[in-house]
Design a protein around this ligand. Structure first.
Ligand SMILES: Cc1cc2nc3c(=O)[nH]c(=O)nc-3n(C[C@H](O)[C@H](O)[C@H](O)COP(=O)(O)OP(=O)(O)OC[C@H]3O[C@@H](n4cnc5c(N)ncnc54)[C@H](O)[C@@H]3O)c2cc1C
Length: 398
């Protein structure tokens, strides 16, 4: 290490939604903070997400109202405050794709879902929809099931990333790991750049799957990470009515999840997840596409999508390691083994980013890590700025 030392309160590595959210919240709280991104902001999971802000009902279907449902159920209201400009992070400028998320089932599941949703616990989280208010995709004389409206909302993720980045432009830098080094001196981590060493009170690693390599670089094995891979399906088509919904089959997880987007030329794209994608990570793309076609034909047989083009997307979901690769219940922030000034974090869901930032703040306060250093980033003036990741519906079709 050599040259100038940049003292700052918080340095974040990884500019997905988790890092960007934390950067906004911490600076709004008076901490000085900087974020380093090696590719484009929002790459991988964030830009690949469906943008649903879950209210927990999807998880409650797995059985009782669980810890996951508790943590998640508070989230839509928190995001709505931020969208209105009255929360801890200002999301005015982020586009809401839909205030409604539907859940539908075939006639065979009607009574089971009906009694489940009528339970006291779920009151306020889910509402039965009258046939006159069905989303267009389910308005057919041949549809025999039930439709529910969830408290969830759906965001346009590219505009979310742009909005989070816009407020913090001065504090976001591109990092080229060929030109710098994350080093450990005793029990402290520092970043050696040309002519400058960054030594924050605390590092926050929010690099998604990239956290693993960053931790290895610092010789730290804990907290351990797990990857849960999936293969989503994208279909570009000519049906213009947007649709956001989970179709429930015989299992507690959605059989199919549909969200609607538009490519850069305004053409509609449906992004298909749920069991269709989580069980398909290792299958050939053609096999998964064939199954997606069959699912749509079975579940929405009255629908004519017009001319279609198909693609799939393989991604890893990065999370703290759980027994038997289960999905963790809430956002995770944990101290790096052997490094006093670094924590790794995974939100587990985009929805849980507010929870991640709150948890990080709690941990800082518990160690008396308070705003101390000025926001003076002149030493980083030579670094470039990262761009914003392009949505997969603009890059995956030929
Ligand atoms: C297909 C899919 C659909 C999903 N849908 C939803 C949904 O609808 N609702 C929901 O709540 N959640 C959803 N999720 C989960 C959600 O997307 C993730 O929990 C969330 O985006 C994780 O954000 P992150 O910032 O931690 O990581 P990422 O989004 O993966 O971002 C990590 C960032 O760190 C950068 N990086 C990596 N290594 C380095 C390094 N060494 N140095 C600098 N930068 C680095 C990457 O380039 C990237 O920009 C979905 C996930 C997937 C895969």
């Amino acid at each position: 290490m050599g040259g100038q030392t940049l003292h700052i309160d918080i340095a974040i590595i990884g500019g997905g939604v988790a890092g960007l959210w934390a950067l906004n919240q911490l600076r709004n709280r008076g901490y000085s903070a900087v974020l380093f991104e090696q590719e484009a902001l929002g790459s991988y999971q964030t830009i690949g997400s469906q943008g649903m802000i879950h209210g927990g009902v999807k998880y409650a279907l797995a059985g009782a109202w669980s810890a996951a449902s508790e943590a998640v159920s508070a989230m839509p209201a928190i995001w709505r405050q931020c969208l209105a400009g009255t929360g801890k992070v200002d999301l005015r400028g982020c586009r809401v794709l839909s205030e409604d998320f539907f859940l539908w089932s075939g006639a065979d599941l009607q009574s089971r879902l009906g009694s489940f949703f009528a339970s006291k616990l779920l009151r306020g989280h889910v509402q039965k929809v009258a046939a006159t208010d069905y989303p267009a995709a389910l308005r057919s004389a041949d549809f025999r099931g039930q439709v529910y409206r969830l408290a969830d909302l759906v965001l346009d993720v590219p505009s979310l990333v742009r909005t989070l980045a816009l407020h913090q432009q001065d504090a976001i830098f591109a990092i080229d790991w060929q030109q710098c080094d994350l080093q450990r001196e005793g029990r402290k981590a520092a970043l050696a750049l040309a002519g400058c060493t960054v030594v924050p009170q605390q590092w926050l690693l929010t690099a998604g799957t990239g956290n693993e390599a960053l931790m290895a670089q610092l010789d730290s094995r804990q907290p351990a990470m797990q990857r849960r891979p999936l293969q989503q399906v994208l279909v570009r088509h000519e049906y213009r009515e947007p649709f956001y919904g989970h179709c429930m089959g015989g299992k507690p997880s959605p059989r199919l999840t549909v969200s609607s987007h538009q490519d850069q030329c305004g053409r509609p794209v449906w992004y298909l997840g749920g069991d269709l994608s989580t069980g398909a990570a290792d299958e050939a793309a053609d096999t998964v596409i064939a199954r997606a076609r069959q699912e749509l034909a079975e579940l929405l047989p009255w629908l004519d999508l017009g001319a279609t083009e198909w693609a799939t997307l393989r991604l890893d979901r990065a999370e703290p390691r759980q027994p038997a690769l289960l999905r963790p219940d809430s956002a995770f922030v944990g101290k790096l083994d052997g490094v006093d000034n670094a924590r790794a974090a995974w939100p587990t869901k985009l929805t849980l980013c507010p929870d991640l930032a709150d948890e990080f703040e709690r941990q800082l306060a518990a160690e008396n890590i308070l705003p101390r250093h000025p926001q003076d980033l002149a030493a980083l003036a030579g670094l470039d700025r990262p761009g914003i990741a392009r949505p997969y519906w603009d890059t995956l079709f030929g």
